[in-house]
Design a protein around this ligand. Structure first.
Ligand SMILES: Nc1ncnc2c1ncn2[C@@H]1O[C@H](COP(=O)(O)OP(=O)(O)O)[C@@H](O)[C@H]1O
Ligand SMILES: [Mg+2]
Length: 647
């Protein structure tokens, strides 16, 4: 499409140029004819001769100008091409210059010789006096005849008649040539000029031919060379689909055919390379995909994985391992494991790796270690294995860490549940008869003993009280072991807390019970009795903590226990916050207080909060504890308003 447009444009330009040249030609003819009529004013010459002469002169002039134009044009073209650095222009101009030189020297010589020898004069003479001998001979004979007529009068009459006829013929001939001579004489000058122009034109013709031959030859030579140059440029720019046409079977032809072969080979090789590249790319993509997949797996599993290369440098460390060991990926990778695990905490890990590296027999070591990370004791099962490649060469270690803290906790809880069940069964049963027996003894002998009446009564009271305490303990154990089946109902949580508070308010006059309830609290779907039990457990601890704190001497009558309820519209969550002004929880215990049998109290069961947590979990909520800045602890319970699990 584009090429066609370009070709059309070139065509129209050419036509325009030809029209202009034609006009210039016509104009030149008119001008030269006009000049000639002015310069050569001759009369007595026939019109046809004049036209022939003008035509002849004009043609020679036009020929001359044409030659001159062609030469100048070619020279300008050559010059411009050279300036524009068009491929092949240098060689062309050299060849043309050479040809012009070679052809010009002899033509100029010839030109010089022609001028020196007065060629024109002779030529003209020869041209218009072809039978000068004849004319002189005839003149001589006419003169002789006139002479003889004076000397011999009337000698032979018949002879005289014949001679007169001849003389007339001869005179006619001479007259005819005289006229011709007269005519030609006039034409002599313009013809000489024309000859000069003709010669110049011939010289220019030779010049033009030599230039043209130069062009032609250089074109013949440079065209394939230019094609080759263009071809190499194309190859350099990456285009290999080229085939240079060449008909000749000379060296240049051979060069072109080997160039074509080279391009073909290059193309084939490029295709092979591209194919291989594509293959490689696909393989790379696949490898990358697998690597990413592995990475994602490693990132998401809860097991910590660390790899160490043969020189002891950490190569990978996944999220779980980062979290477990509280190290940063960027700080750990490409560093020696000894530097990364330099803390005393990690000495056991260092030992395991060191032992494995030294020991040739073992391939893998598994060990349970306890690490204190972020003030929390963690139980880790660590497995260190020697990594080997497919040739069975040692390439490093792989460390797999499992956090069994929660598992251990769960196991412990299960064990405690079992103990609680047995306790409830084995201990609770004899307690009632013991209590009843003691009461009977008191009734029967309480006031009948002469001596030791007080001691008896006191001892019986202690037995009864201790049995009651034991019963309470066993009750708590059994409650922890077997929570009664939950019974869910829509409940007003504010009212529930209010009920518990009023009970405690009466019992503990030294403590203020503050209620800060949300007014638009929707009813929540919970087991009312269970939740009440959980709140009571929390209140029990709070009261204990406040009273213990007061006993320490820091008596404070501004103690309070505050309950707050909140409804989070966005998350459809109900928040219950119960805070006290007691001693607060020691930071290191804050995650342990919900574990069964964890207690800081003398005689405490450590089951209160464990039961509370079980209840909250059963009701699909969460519970956690925080310390308040001004002193005291706060327990936060989150319950979902829409409890799909329970509905
Ligand atoms: N409000 C509180 N203030 C301070 N410490 C508390 C509070 N509530 C619970 N604790 C701590 O949590 C421990 C566990 O409580 P709990 O499970 O109820 O068992 P117990 O009351 O038998 O000790 C308590 O021993 C105490 O150290
Ligand atoms: Mg308690």
């Amino acid at each position: 499409m584009k090429k066609n447009d370009k070709n059309k444009l070139v065509e129209t330009l050419r036509i325009k140029r030809e029209i202009i040249f034609t006009f210039i030609g016509i104009f030149l003819i008119i001008v030269s004819t006009f000049i000639e009529t002015r310069m050569l004013s001759f009369s007595g010459v026939s019109v046809t001769s004049k036209i022939i002469v003008y035509a002849y002169i004009n043609i020679t002039i036009i020929l001359f100008l044409l030659m001159l134009f062609l030469i100048i044009r070619n020279i300008i073209k050559l010059f411009l091409d050279k300036r524009r650095n068009i491929p092949g222009s240098k060689l062309r101009s050299k060849l043309v210059a050479l040809f012009v030189l070679v052809s010009l020297i002899p033509s100029f010589f010839m030109f010089a010789v022609i001028i020196a020898a007065g060629f024109f004069a002779n030529g003209i003479n020869k041209w218009y006096v072809p039978s000068i001998e004849k004319i002189i001979g005839y003149s001589l004979r006419i003169a002789n005849y006139v002479n003889n007529r004076k000397n011999i009068k009337n000698t032979a009459k018949h002879n005289t008649h014949e001679s007169l006829y001849k003389i007339n013929k001869m005179a006619e001939y001479i007259r005819h040539f005289y006229v011709k001579y007269w005519q030609v004489g006039f034409l002599k000058n313009p013809i000489e000029t024309t000859y000069f122009i003709l010669f110049s034109t011939f010289t220019l013709l030779i010049l033009f031919i030599s230039i043209w031959v130069g062009f032609y030859l250089s074109k013949k030579i440079t065209e394939p060379v230019i094609d080759l140059v263009k071809g190499t440029e194309k190859i350099a720019s990456g285009e290999l689909d080229i085939n240079i046409n060449s008909e000749s079977n000379d060296e240049i032809g051979m060069l072109i055919s080997s160039f074509n072969n080279m391009a073909k080979d290059l193309k084939k090789n490029k295709e092979i390379i591209e194919d291989a590249n594509l293959n490689l790319n696909n393989i790379n993509i696949e490898i990358e995909r697998r690597r990413k997949y592995m990475e994602i797996i490693l990132k998401n599993i809860g097991t910590g994985v660390i790899t160490i290369d043969y020189s002891g440098k950490i190569k990978t460390i996944n999220n779980a391992a980062e979290y477990m060991f509280q190290v940063n990926f960027k700080e750990a990778v490409n560093k020696n494991y000894k530097d990364v695990f330099s803390k005393i905490t990690f000495s056991e890990i260092r030992e395991i790796i060191k032992n494995l590296a030294k020991n040739n027999k073992e391939e893998s070591i598994t060990k349970e270690i306890k690490l204190n990370i972020n003030d929390k004791l963690h139980v880790y099962i660590i497995n260190v294995t020697i990594m080997k490649d497919e040739k069975d060469d040692y390439i490093g270690f792989i460390i797999v860490i499992n956090d069994t803290t929660d598992m251990m906790k769960a196991q412990r809880i299960a064990a405690w549940e079992e103990v609680a069940k047995r306790m409830a069964h084995e201990i609770k049963n004899p307690l009632t008869p013991i209590k009843l027996s003691a009461q009977r003894l008191k009734r029967k002998f309480g006031d009948k003993l002469e001596q030791g009446n007080k001691i008896f009564n006191d001892s019986i009271d202690i037995i009864i009280k201790e049995v009651d305490d034991l019963k309470g303990l066993v009750d708590e154990f059994s409650l922890y072991a077997r929570l009664p089946k939950a019974n869910f109902n829509y409940t007003d949580i504010n009212l529930l807390i209010e009920e518990s508070f009023s009970f405690y308010r009466n019992a503990h006059k030294n403590i203020k019970f503050i209620e800060n309830f949300s007014k638009d609290m929707p009813p929540i779907y919970i087991d009312k009795l269970q939740i009440k039990r959980a709140i009571v457990n929390i209140l029990d601890n709070a009261v204990y903590s406040i009273n213990m704190n007061s006993k320490d001497g820091k008596k404070n009558y501004n103690n309070f226990i505050k309950a707050e309820t909140l409804f989070e519209q966005m998350g459809q969550i109900v928040l219950i916050k119960i805070s006290d002004t007691g001693s607060g929880i020691e930071e290191e215990n804050i995650t342990n207080i919900f574990e069964p049998y964890f207690s800081t109290k003398r005689g405490g069961t450590g089951l209160g909060l464990a039961i509370t947590k079980n209840i909250i979990t059963e009701n699909n909520g969460t519970i956690y504890a925080e310390n308040i800045q001004d002193g005291g602890a706060e327990f936060i319970i989150e319950l979902k308003l829409i409890n799909d699990k329970n509905i």
